[in-house]
Every structure is written in structure tokens, then in C-alpha cells.
Design a protein around this ligand. Structure first.
Ligand code: GLN
Length: 191
């Protein structure tokens, strides 16, 4: 299975390594031809404003929206979750606007800028996973149709809506490929 990682900015190499560990063939995606060649796509963490601008300027954003609507599995981590959201409650713009979640950017403020917690995510792994938050968003609201995979202190930090997956944290910077394996199982041809 070929899995693209949007490779403009952010934690690209980490996802690529983790995809290899999970048994997929990673493909860095910067161009339309590369996007057309993959079965699924990861939108990495980084800076959502920068990645969003790239998506608009290259036209890749429109193609991603089309592919998502046709069922391509897409996973956004951290900034990627912001890119997927239909609403960013503390901004007056949206990026791809695909997923029925309302997110808050930089939601943990400066004191909790970055932190790690260990928690099981029942749909993904029964054993506790290391959840690494780096200037992370959370979702304040998930509309009907969204399956909440994990809440932390009442805030949604992992969710799935059909072919879309969003995590506020960064599984790619840990050494546990469980989340990447979970994502691979969302690819129809993997069944
Ligand atoms: N704070 C970043 C943003 O708003 C996200 C940080 C991250 O992806 N680690 O885009």
C-alpha cells in the first residue's frame, strides 16, 4: 500500500519512518502526480498556516478535498487536524473543511505548550500509548457522524469520521506504530 505524506513542511520524515515500520510504502507528496499515485494521505504536524497556504497556492488542497469526498483515507496529525476541520473556533478561516469537528488552535496555551501523556486509545490499542502534544489543538465539538476515539479532560484529541482520522498529538514521534497500523486498516484494499 502506498501512503502519501504531504511533504511541504513539518514532521514528514517521522511519518515516513513510521509507515515503513507499519509495513506500508511511504511516498512524499508535493505534486499532483504524487498525490494521484497513493492509496491514502497523511497531513503531518507543522504549521497549519504555512501548510494551508501551500495547499491553496499549488491547488493540491482542492484535489485533496475531491479525493477525500471519493473516500480516500486521510489522517491529519496536529496541524493536519486543523487543516481537516470544518471550523477553527479561534480563527476566521478554514483550510480543507472536510471533517465535522470544531478545533481550537494552540489550545493548551503557553504553559502546557508541549507535554506527554500515556493512555490507552481503545479503538487503536489496548495498551497505553505515548501521546505527544506539541503546541497542539483540540476539538471542542464533534458533530454527529464523528466517532470520538479519545478525550483528554473533556476535550477531543482523537476522532474518526468515515475515511478521515484526526489526532491532536503526534504518534509519529514515538516508537509505537499502532496508530499508523490503525490508519492502514482504513484503506479499503487492506481488507
Ligand atoms: N500550533 C500549530 C498550528 O497551529 C500546530 C503544531 C503542530 O503541528 N505540532 O498549526
Amino acid at each position: 500500500m502506498k501512503v502519501g505524506v504531504l511533504a511541504f513542511q513539518g514532521a514528514v520524515r517521522e511519518h515516513i519512518n513510521m509507515l515503513k515500520m507499519a509495513g506500508a510504502q511511504p511516498v512524499p507528496v508535493k505534486k499532483e502526480e504524487e498525490l494521484n499515485d497513493v492509496d491514502a494521505l497523511i497531513l503531518p504536524g507543522g504549521e497549519s498556516t504555512v501548510i494551508g497556504k501551500f495547499l491553496r497556492e499549488t491547488g493540491l488542497g482542492k484535489i485533496i478535498v475531491e479525493k477525500a469526498k471519493n473516500g480516500m483515507p486521510i489522517w491529519g496529525t496536529c496541524a493536519g487536524m486543523i487543516l481537516l476541520a470544518k471550523k477553527i473556533v479561534n480563527e476566521d478561516y478554514v483550510h480543507l473543511g472536510l471533517m465535522d469537528i470544531w478545533v481550537r488552535r494552540n489550545a493548551y496555551g503557553s504553559q502546557l505548550d508541549s507535554f506527554i501523556v500515556r493512555k490507552p486509545v481503545p479503538a487503536v490499542s489496548p495498551k497505553p500509548l505515548e501521546l505527544v502534544f506539541i503546541r497542539a489543538p483540540y476539538a471542542e465539538k464533534a458533530l454527529p457522524g464523528v466517532e470520538v476515539l479519545l478525550e483528554l479532560d473533556g476535550k477531543i484529541v482523537a476522532a474518526r469520521q468515515n475515511n478521515l482520522l484526526a489526532t491532536a498529538f503526534h504518534p509519529e514521534v514515538t516508537d509505537d506504530p499502532s496508530f499508523h497500523k490503525f490508519f492502514l486498516e482504513m484503506i479499503p484494499s487492506s481488507k
